[in-house]
Design a protein around this ligand. Sequence first.
Ligand code: PXP
Length: 241
Amino acid sequence: MTKLSVNINKIATIRNARGGNTPDVKLAAERCEMFGAQGITVHPRPDERHIRYQDVFDIRPVITTEFNIEGYPSENFIELVLKAKPHQVTLVPDPPDAITSNAGWDTVKHLNFLKETISKFQTAGIRTSIFVDTDLKNIEGAKQTGTDRIELYTEPYAANFDIDKESAVAPFTKAAEKAISLGLGINAGHDLNLDNLKYFVKNVPGVLEVSIGHALISDALYFGLDNTIKLYLRELKQIES
Ligand code: PXP
C-alpha cells in the first residue's frame, strides 16, 4: 500500500502573498489528514519564502499521521529537524535559490557528508530518506550512506509521461528493483499528478509513500481539498471508485 503525503508548501505560498494567516497552514495540515492523507510534508527553505521554520513547530503537535520534513541539510535545517523530531526527514540537494528541487544527490561524491548527517538523524530516532535519481550508482551509493529510504525524483518520469510512458517509467522500475535488492525503502515525488500517478505505482515496485504538492493543491482549487485527496487516494487504490 502506497501512502499519500501531502506537501503543504503551496498553502504557505498563498498565505505569504498577503501577510496575515490566511490560509492557515496548520488548519490545512489538519484538514488534509481529516480528508484521508496519510502524511504531511513540509519543505522549509532558507529564505522561508513558503513554509517558515516557525510553521514546522506550529504544525508538529497537530500531526496525527506521519510528518516528513524535507530540505537541504544546512546547520540550521539539521537543528530544526532535531528539535521538531518528525517521523521522517528527506534530504534534498537543492541550492538556497532553487525554485523547486531539481536534482537528486550524487551519493558517491557526497557519501561522507550524507553518512554523517544521516547518522545524526537516526541517532535521534528519525527515519531518513534521500532524494535520488534513477542512476544505479546513486542507488548503490545511497545504500552506503546508511539511509533507511530513498525518494525517487520523478520529474523526468512526469516530463516524459505524455510522450512515451513505458520508456518514462522503465528507469524507475529498474531503480526500485535495485533499491529493494539492497534493502532500501522507496518513496517518490515531484510532479506526480492525477494523470501519471496510477501508472507510476503500478509499474514501480515497493513504493511506500508518494509526496505530492503542486498538482494536488492546484487540483484542490477546482475539486476542493476533500475531493482532491480522495481522488489521489483512488489512484493509489485506497478508495473504491
Ligand atoms: N519531493 C521533494 C523532495 C520535493 O522537493 C518536492 C517539491 O517541494 C516534492 C516531492 C513535491 O513535488 P510537487 O510539488 O511537484 O508535487
